[in-house]
Design a protein around this ligand. Structure first.
Ligand SMILES: [Ca+2]
Ligand SMILES: [Ca+2]
Ligand SMILES: [Ca+2]
Length: 430
């Protein structure tokens, strides 16, 4: 394994910089080395012996410094914003068309983007509804190299019936200068809109998947199923958008994943019933499996990775849960971490080892040790054993995270937004 860490879990500094302190064993070793050096010096004041002992000690220290350098995390945190109110949702995409991916964020009252390079913050739209914003989708769906943006707001999960008080979906019309405010166009919405993504449904074809958290009139995650719609953008975005019903059988549908297959993507939805998979056949959405694809646990977050013929599905279980579970292609479940305080962010990607897929997970409430943060889970080649590393130890009450190569160096970086910590950080993969 080419992972540049030592074998044990590493210690990060409280503000989340991924620089690491010396391990206690290393500190004790250095102390003993110096003690030995002083003792030798006292017993053998002979100059040549003294010099010989000093050279040996210096060499020993060099080895220790080298070993400690090996233990440096390859991730270096950069704080982009320390005034984030909640940081509900993140998206990555090129907003201004300079071919560099920018960061988009749904914050409490504003939808904003941070320009790659100077990381200057621009407001897309603000005070869209009376309640909080909650989600944002950004993807270039017409091939001009610039993202199309949709947003969800009026976040009011306690109101599952009244559409005037709960949920909103808007498409944002791009202005001539993308650093100036964008024009919102209101679209149909269900109550409790919570997540949205542009999904590829064919060559150059995309739909906007909009995922509410609850079905209409639901209480305690029970009642009518969640109505998941896929929106087709018309030429004139102010004209009615065609709505395709994807599914109405699930509850507590907290998140979704898009999985590339040829020139289209499959939709994985995670919720109370587990994970279900949906496909668009050119005319309508159909469910791939009878029942659920995974039904042994309920999901809060779901992510799928594919590499070298292998597929890995990861989930935070249950919603706002404490567990990170991984499923292989045969759906064998393996819990690789427990004890998160409201696990809320997840990614599968190749970050530190090109030969495997690694998992990044973040949680937003203090865990058993009183810490929030982000951890990296690195598998052995067989994916049977996992080693855990801190990306951010107690400096990120993680609400959402995304993985993308933000500086084009071929290494994937991590972006995360924190609720209680009010921050937005890039963790550069060095
Ligand atoms: Ca850009
Ligand atoms: Ca575009
Ligand atoms: Ca990079």
């Amino acid at each position: 394994m080419s992972f540049p860490f030592s074998g044990e879990e590493l210690t990060g500094r409280p503000r989340g910089a991924s620089q690491l302190t010396l391990k206690p064993t290393t500190e004790i070793f250095i102390f003993l080395t110096f003690s030995y050096c002083i003792r030798v010096d006292a017993q053998f004041p002979n100059f040549y012996f003294h010099s010989f002992a000093m050279i040996r000690c210096c060499l020993l220290l060099l080895v220790l410094v080298a070993l400690n350098a090996r233990a440096q995390s390859p991730f270096q945190a950069q704080v982009l914003d320390e005034k984030v109110q909640i940081g509900y949702g993140l998206a990555i995409g090129d907003v201004d068309g300079d071919k560099k991916p920018d960061i988009l964020m749904a914050d409490k009252k504003q939808f904003v983007w941070y320009r790659n390079g100077d990381w200057k913050r621009f407001i897309l739209v603000e005070n869209l509804t009376t309640s909080d914003n909650v989600c944002i989708a950004a993807r270039d769906i017409d091939g001009d190299g610039k993202v199309e943006i949709a947003v969800g707001a009026q976040w009011n999960p306690g109101e599952t019936s009244d559409t005037t008080k709960s949920g909103s979906v808007h498409y944002l019309v791009r202005p001539g200068d993308p650093t100036t405010p964008w024009l919102p166009v209101e679209l149909h919405h269900e109550p409790t809109i919570h997540r949205m993504r542009w999904i590829q449904t064919g060559p150059k074809q995309y739909q906007l998947i909009v995922l509410p958290l609850h079905g209409r009139g639901n209480k305690d995650g029970a009642g009518r199923g969640v109505r998941v719609f896929a929106y087709e953008r018309p030429k004139d975005v102010r004209q009615p958008w065609k709505l395709n019903l994807v599914d109405s059988s699930m509850h507590l549908t907290h998140n979704m994943e898009l999985v590339q297959e040829g020139n289209r993507e499959r939709l994985y939805i995670g919720g109370k019933e587990g994970v279900k998979i949906f496909d668009f056949n050119g005319k309508q959405w159909t469910q791939a499996n009878p029942g659920a694809y995974i039904k042994d646990a309920s999901f809060g977050e779901v992510r799928v990775g594919k590499k070298g013929g292998q597929q890995l599905l990861a989930g935070i279980q249950p919603m706002h849960g404490t567990m990170l579970a991984v499923y292989d292609a045969s759906l064998k479940r393996q819990v690789i971490a427990e004890g998160f305080g409201q696990g809320h962010a997840l990614a599968i990607s190749t970050l530190t080892d090109k030969s495997t897929m690694q998992i990044v997970a973040g949680w937003r409430e203090p865990d058993a040790d009183g810490k929030v943060g982000i951890k990296l889970f690195v598998p052995a080649k067989s994916y049977s054993d996992w080693t855990t590393y801190w990306i951010d130890e107690n400096g990120m009450a993680c609400e959402d995270l995304q993985v993308a190569d933000l500086n084009g160096d071929g290494k994937n970086d991590i972006v995360a937004a924190g609720r209680a910590t009010h921050n937005l950080k890039i963790y550069w993969n060095k």
